[in-house]
Design a protein around this ligand. Structure first.
Ligand SMILES: NC(=O)c1ccc[n+]([C@@H]2O[C@H](COP(=O)([O-])OP(=O)(O)OC[C@H]3O[C@@H](n4cnc5c(N)ncnc54)[C@H](OP(=O)(O)O)[C@@H]3O)[C@@H](O)[C@H]2O)c1
Length: 288
């Protein structure tokens, strides 16, 4: 499938950065609980190669998935990267021995994380680095000027092409924009969790991409009787409806559903092309 025929078409984040709105989130490629190696490394590589062959040009990752494992699999599967493929990563957390996700926002930790991403992905410069600052699923109030300035310096040094933010509030976005431009925001959002509705519209007005994480509910699949009923009437899966709804919600939304399965990846790309009639759309809009 060519990139421009994927559901949702493309979105341009910057002059040198146009991606398919249908992307792929690589977090599920590491081992259980995003820790250690996957049971089947070849299967993980097959998912990445299938994403590229379907025409997807946006892969979301982090060097703390595994840690390091997911990026190393991406490099092994896809390097040298095809023209037009954009890998977006994030820094600002670590994995601890218990599998936790402690913050890692000190300047030395951020510089190390960017260098680790460069090494493990096999890149001289990263297309987009998101500074991830909040808690597991919601922003934590407070200034992000110090960590964001570190990434802005690394951008000036040529190690990062574009900057983004993750798990941030509207106020933190404004603060970051006073330091350097951002091209995307990655926050928790899906059909059933819509705290960011106003933020999505204000980012759309600025031409900034909004990239919802947990688009399918993440570690707990989306649960909604209304979603199930709409899906049944459309003879589709709830996942297809949830993805099609995201692409319809706003043109600046980029979908990065995660999967460790080639079959699910194909289902998601096909499913996201579902047309949602106005009456069903109204029911879905009423879920949250
Ligand atoms: N910025 C952040 O803090 C942050 C946080 C979390 C995630 N992310 C990013 O967002 C991406 C997406 O989030 P996510 O992967 O956590 O959650 P998600 O996309 O909402 O859901 C992934 C789950 O859905 C399952 N799934 C996917 N397609 C399916 C299908 N067709 N049928 C049945 N099950 C299906 C996957 O299982 P299978 O593997 O079995 O398909 C997996 O368990 C991640 O990959 C990561 O890149 C960012």
């Amino acid at each position: 499938m060519a990139a421009n025929t994927l559901p949702g078409g493309t979105f341009t984040l910057a002059d040198d950065l146009t991606v398919t709105r249908m992307g792929y989130g690589a977090m599920q490629l590491a081992g259980p609980h995003v820790f250690g190696p996957p049971a089947d490394r070849d299967a993980a590589m097959a998912v990445l190669r299938e994403a590229v062959s379907l025409g997807i040009t946006h892969i979301d990752t982090s060097d703390y998935y595994g840690p390091h494992v997911t990026n190393q699999i991406i490099k092994e599967a896809l390097h040298p990267y095809p023209d037009g493929l954009h890998i977006v990563t994030k820094v600002g957390a670590l994995r601890d021995a218990e599998g936790g996700w402690p913050q890692a926002l000190a300047p030395v930790q951020l510089r190390q994380a960017v260098n680790d991403n460069l090494d493990n992905l096999g890149l001289d410069a990263i297309d987009v680095v998101n500074l991830r600052v909040g808690g597991f699923d919601s922003p934590t109030p407070g200034s992000i000027a110090e960590p964001f300035s570190v990434l802005a310096q690394l951008q000036q040094q040529g190690l990062i092409k574009h900057l983004g933010l993750s798990t941030v509030s509207a106020e933190q976005i404004v603060e970051a924009q006073s330091i350097a431009p951002i091209v995307c925001v990655q926050n928790f959002y899906n059909l059933a969790h819509r705290v960011d509705d106003d933020l999505i519209d204000s980012l759309a007005a600025q031409g900034i991409a909004y990239v919802p994480y947990f688009p399918l509910g993440g570690f707990s699949p989306l649960q909604s009787d209304e979603l199930r009923s709409v899906a049944a009437r459309l003879d589709a899966t709830p996942i297809a409806v949830a993805l099609a709804w995201l692409l319809k919600r706003s043109p600046n939304i980029l979908a990065i559903p995660g999967t460790s399965s080639v079959a699910h990846l194909r289902e998601n790309v096909t499913g996201a092309a579902l047309t949602l009639p106005e009456d069903e759309l109204a029911k879905l809009n009423g879920i949250a």
